[in-house]
Design a protein around this ligand. Structure first.
Ligand code: CP
Ligand code: NVA
Length: 299
C-alpha cells in the first residue's frame, strides 16, 4: 500500500494508526526497546528542503530498529537525468519503503513504478504525513473528532488540501477562509464533501474563527510559490491568526501550524507562543504518527 493522499486511508485505518501511535509514544517515552522494523530499510528522497519530515522519519526508523537513508536528489543519478521509473525499480530491490518529497507528478510516477510502499513526504498538492500527525494532536487534546469545528485561515495549499480530507475522514466540520484566488483544490473539496461532512470555503476569516475548536494556518508563501512572494504577502494581509482571531474561537481552541512559521505574517508571535498553541506538540507528533504509519506499511 502507498500513502500518497489522505484518501488512501479509511476512517478505520486512521483510527488504527492513531491508536498505534499513542501506544508507540508511551512505550518510547518509557524507554522501551521497539523492534517492529528490525532489518528494514527506508529510502528518503528529497527534492525540496525539510527539517521535521526528514528528521522524524529517520528517527522513526531508528526507534523501530530499522534504518533510513537520506538521499538528496542532486547526489543521485536522478540529478543527471536518470528516469524516475528506473530509479524507482532499482531502489525497490534494496529497500522496504520509499519516502519522497517532490513535485506531484514525480511522486505519482515513483509510486507507479516502485514495488515497495511509497510515502508522500509533501508535494504541491498534499502533505498527508503532516495531517496524520495533526489528527493525533487533535485527538490528544480533544479526545475525539466528531462535530469539532476545524477552521483554516490562509492559503488553500497542500497542507490545507490534506487537512480538508483528514477532517472529512474523521467527521470534523471544516471551514477554510482564504483570499480570492487561493482556494483549495476543487477536486479535493468535492471528494471531502462526498464523505458526507460540511466543508465550507469562505473569504472571511471570521467565519473560520467563530466558535472553532481548532484554528490552523500555514505560510503564505510555500516552497513552490517563491516567485509570487510580493503579491502573496499583499493578498494575505487579512489572513493572519492573531489574538483577535483567537478570541472569536472557543476558549479552549488549539492553534496549529505545520511549521516552518513566519511570525508576524500568517501567525503572530504571541499566539504561536501563547496558551492555546499546540504547535510544538504537533511537531513532536510527526515522529509518532510516522512510526505508526511505517509499522502499518512496512511491518
Ligand atoms: N512541516 C513540515 O513538513 O516541515 P519540514 O518542511 O521541516 O519537513
Ligand atoms: N505549505 C508549505 C508546507 C511546508 C511544510 C510548503 O509547501 O512549503
Amino acid at each position: 500500500m502507498n500513502f500518497i493522499s489522505m484518501c488512501d486511508l479509511t476512517h478505520e485505518g486512521i483510527i488504527d494508526i492513531l491508536e498505534k501511535a499513542e501506544d508507540l509514544k508511551e512505550r518510547r517515552k518509557r524507554g522501551k526497546t521497539l523492534d517492529m522494523l528490525k532489518n528494514k530499510s527506508l529510502a528518503m528522497l528529497f527534492e525540496k528542503p525539510s527539517t521535521r519530515t526528514r528528521v522524524s522519519f529517520e528517527v522513526a526508523m531508528t526507534s523501530l530498529g530499522g534504518h533510513a537513508l537520506y538521499l538528496n536528489w542532486q547526489d543521485l543519478q536522478l540529478g543527471r537525468g536518470e528516469l524516475i521509473k528506473d530509479t524507482a525499480r532499482a531502489l525497490s530491490g534494496y529497500v522496504d519503503g520509499i519516502v519522497i518529497r517532490g513535485r506531484n507528478d514525480v511522486v505519482s510516477e515513483f509510486a507507479k513504478h516502485a514495488s515497495v510502499p511509497v510515502i508522500n513526504a509533501l508535494t504541491e498538492v498534499e502533505h498527508p504525513c503532516q495531517s496524520l500527525a495533526d489528527l493525533l494532536t487533535i485527538y490528544e487534546f480533544k479526545k475525539g473528532f466528531s462535530g469539532l469545528k476545524f477552521g483554516w485561515i490562509g492559503d488553500g495549499n497542500n497542507v490545507c488540501n490534506s487537512s480538508i480530507l483528514a477532517g472529512a475522514l474523521v467527521g470534523m466540520n471544516v471551514v477554510v477562509a482564504c483570499p480570492k484566488g487561493y482556494e483549495p483544490d476543487e477536486k479535493i473539496v468535492s471528494r471531502a464533501r462526498g464523505l458526507g461532512v460540511n466543508v465550507k470555503i469562505t473569504h472571511d476569516p471570521k467565519e473560520a474563527a467563530e466558535d472553532a475548536d481548532v484554528l490552523y494556518t500555514d505560510v503564505w508563501v510555500s516552497m513552490s510559490d517563491e516567485a509570487q512572494k510580493k503579491k502573496r504577502v499583499r493578498d494575505f494581509q487579512e489572513f493572519q491568526i492573531n489574538e483577535n482571531i483567537v478570541k472569536m474561537a472557543k476558549p479552549d481552541v488549539i492553534v496549529m501550524h505545520c511549521l516552518p512559521a513566519h511570525r508576524g505574517e500568517e501567525v503572530t508571535d504571541d499566539v504561536l507562543e501563547g496558551p492555546n498553541s499546540a504547535i510544538f506538540k504537533q511537531a513532536e507528533n510527526r515522529l509518532y504518527a510516522q512510526m505508526a504509519l511505517l509499522v502499518r506499511l512496512l511491518g
